[in-house]
Ligand binder design. Structure first.
Ligand code: KIV
Length: 317
């Protein structure tokens, strides 16, 4: 007796040998042909992988990018998502070994790695270099890469940029903005590349906005955020970063949206998960610490002390 075709959907489960063989052919074909993301045919992970994920809370290492993104999407209102930025191989390995769910190769690397004043000078070449380094760690966590500013001005350009980031090792991409970005998101998700949204304070617009300001303070701002979120969810995002949205609005929006929200600077327990810039968590970039940062250690002090000991050992003979 053949096993029921649970790979597709319980609706198609059958014990009829002809229907079973037909279904098997369709299944094999569907695995070879890349289905558009959001296709009505949902390829669920096979039972062994689902069991592994159920028991450990993590996808097995051989899962595809789409499966990893879907497992993040499925965390809505369930186990909170822990995301951190990573820009290099050792950090990616350490964070992955510590159980983080998402490794974001954020364009914040412009500030905390490359020494620019903001993210507006980050180029695609910078991103490709760092994404490749993170990908060499082969993490179980989902690798998400930011599309840098002016690399997604049109849907065609957005798709071309996303493809380059994926070729460098990204498993999903993130871009900033709401309604205006929906078409670009759709162009990317349509070819099977998972997209994460980013609403609230948009660092790539810091110059136009004249600084980092809190969002969602008024009913009008809240309605605009909600409309933006609805548009990008419709376009296929699997999760949305909320940046610097006041806690009450972040909570309200989180409760009303169908995909997980991942907060930074939105207060505690207002979103379905949190993301932090790794240098804020480790205290390794002491020259600018955002007010919402919650460092767990002080690597800047530890580094200065270790280097001072080294210098005195070497110079002191
Ligand atoms: O670039 C980045 O690190 C980000 C986070 C602030 C979410 O987008």
């Amino acid at each position: 007796m053949p096993p029921p075709l649970r790979f597709f959907s319980a609706r198609f489960a059958t014990h009829d040998p002809f229907v079973y063989r037909l279904g098997l052919q369709v299944f094999i074909l569907a695995r070879r042909v890349r289905l558009p993301y959001g296709s009505p045919i949902k390829l669920e992970p096979p039972p062994a992988r689902r069991l592994f994920r159920f028991l450990t809370g993590h996808p097995p290492s051989s899962v595809t990018a789409l499966e990893k993104a879907e497992s993040i999407r499925a965390r809505k209102a369930a186990r909170p998502i822990a995301a951190l930025t990573a820009y290099d191989y050792p950090t990616a390995r350490l964070l992955d070994e510590s159980g983080v769910d998402v490794l974001l190769v954020g364009d914040s690397l412009g500030m905390v790695v490359l020494g620019f004043p903001d993210t507006t000078q980050v180029t695609l070449d910078h991103m490709l270099h760092h994404v490749a380094a993170v990908a060499r760690a082969k993490p179980q966590a989902l690798i998400v890469a930011d599309l840098p500013i002016h690399t997604y001005d049109t849907p065609t350009q957005a798709l071309a940029t996303a493809r380059q980031l994926v070729a460098a090792g990204a498993e999903a991409v993130k871009l900033e903005g709401g309604i205006r970005q929906a078409e670009k998101i759709q162009a990317i998700t349509h070819v099977g590349i998972p997209v994460m949204g980013h609403l609230g304070m948009l660092p790539q617009r810091v110059i136009e906005e004249g600084g980092y300001r809190k969002k969602g303070r008024t009913p009008e701002q809240t309605a605009a955020l909600h409309a933006g979120a609805a548009a990008i969810i419709e376009a296929g995002v699997f999760a949305i970063v909320f940046e610097s949205i006041i806690p009450a609005t972040a909570r309200l929006l989180t409760d009303s949206l169908t995909v997980p929200t991942i907060g930074i600077g939105c207060g505690s327990n207002t979103c379905d998960g949190e993301v932090a810039v790794i240098t804020d968590l480790l205290g390794s970039y002491p020259w600018f610490v955002p007010p919402f940062a919650r460092p767990e250690t002080n690597l800047a002090a530890a580094t200065r002390e270790a280097v001072a000991r080294y210098v005195s050992r070497v110079q002191g003979g």
